[in-house]
Design a protein around this ligand. Structure first.
Ligand SMILES: *[C@@H]1O[C@H](CO)[C@@H](O)[C@H](O)[C@H]1NC(C)=O
Length: 369
């Protein structure tokens, strides 16, 4: 039978259910976060001038920057109002076709830098490139060197974020899926993929060790202030996992937090609290989809991404959650109507300001606390 007929029938049934049991508008509207402040629309925007999708951002040890990786594969550095953005580094040497700000079909050629972190010991910048693995570039920038592209014989498909332990001289990083690539991120969520992994790269032995496998869309990574545990965001199931690295629970994992949306990067502030950027909040529809395998499978049959995105889209908004070192939500800030900010992917706190990245938008948001 024509699969389009099956899919259409399923959606007719689905919409019949929605219209009889819910106000359809509420079905696609985000679930409110208790106690959250609707204040992020007051953020100032730092435009990227000709680039989009600053997924992660980082400052160097002099406090200069931020540096950010954009959708055309470059890592840019902010050098102040006068000089603006300058090109700092690239992860691919084959960039003659990388001329458009957003071209997902070329990401494997141009590179797509996601998580960024400086090694405070020597000023090297480490980058998780979604297609080109873990990369590093010296303090002067230029063409990056590949550090790791596989673990235990299985190549990385979607390298995503990292954190560096200076004490142990190791880098913790995630590969979001062993099956899907970044440009198929919707499929990672919809298929319920759990082939993601957490790795540890030892800088002196150059060894890559798999610490956890079978993860659901592992994304942001952050070490605790005292280094006793590591957090890993599992985007598709809205969970933050905690892996104990030291102390009585060493080697154990537990659930650190369950969030009201889909977490992207996690960044620790100077007090040891964690800012988590939510790509979007949960809606009754996404909750329903995630608990119904048959509905996910039906959606997967719609191979057309634009249509998938349109079906799953909620009104764009921004949400940032601050977690204590015990995993409690201690603050949540939003731009509920998406007036200024949308789809944030990282929140970095520095000198009383929140710097907010976005995997889709052409700017970085700066919000005064
Ligand atoms: C460079 O990229 C192009 C696609 O843009 C590809 O056809 C070509 O094979 C690549 N060259 C090398 C040396 O990887």
């Amino acid at each position: 039978m024509n699969s389009m007929i099956i899919v259409s029938a399923i959606f007719l049934a689905l919409f019949a259910i929605i219209f009889t049991s819910y106000n359809p508008q509420n079905f696609f509207s985000p679930v409110p976060i208790p106690g959250s402040k609707n204040s992020l629309h007051a953020a100032k925007l730092l435009d990227l001038t000709g680039a989009v999708g600053p997924e992660s951002l980082v400052f160097d040890s002099n406090g200069d920057g931020p540096y950010t990786g954009v959708a055309d594969g470059r890592i840019l550095k902010w050098e102040g109002e006068e000089r603006g953005w300058t090109e700092f580094a690239v992860t691919s040497s084959n960039r003659s076709d990388c001329v458009r700000p957003f071209a997902p079909e070329l990401e494997h050629v141009c590179g797509r830098p996601l998580g960024l972190k400086f090694d405070k010991k020597n000023g090297d910048l480490y980058m998780a490139d979604a297609y080109l693995g873990l990369n590093v570039v010296g303090p002067a920038g230029g063409l990056a060197t590949q550090v790791a592209t596989e673990a235990e014989g299985l190549p990385f498909h979607f390298t995503n974020d990292l954190d560096i332990s200076e004490d142990e001289d190791v880098i913790y990083f995630t590969d979001s899926s062993s099956v899907y690539q970044r440009r198929q991120h919707m499929l990672v969520t919809l298929s319920g993929d759990k082939t993601g992994r957490l790795m540890k790269y030892d800088k002196s032995s150059k060894e890559v060790k798999v610490l956890l496998s079978g993860l659901f869309f592992p994304n942001g990574v952050a070490l605790s202030k005292d280094g006793s545990f590591l957090l890993v965001a599992e985007t598709s199931i809205s969970r933050i996992l905690r892996l104990w690295l030291n102390g009585p629970n060493v080697g154990q994992i537990d659930t650190f937090a369950v969030l009201p949306g889909f977490p992207d990067n996690i960044r620790r502030n100077s007090e040891g609290h964690f800012w988590v950027a939510l790509h979007s909040k949960k809606t009754p529809f996404t909750k329903w989809i995630s608990s119904n395998l048959w509905a996910r499978k039906a959606l997967l049959k719609l191979r057309n991404f634009k249509r998938l995105q349109a079906l799953l889209a909620t009104k764009p908004h921004a949400a940032a959650i601050k977690l204590s070192d015990e995993g409690e939500i201690i603050e949540s800030l939003e731009d509920r109507e998406g007036k200024t900010l949308k789809f944030i992917s990282e929140v970095e706190e520095k000198d009383g300001k929140l710097w907010m990245a976005s995997v889709l938008m052409p700017y970085i948001g700066v919000y005064s606390l």
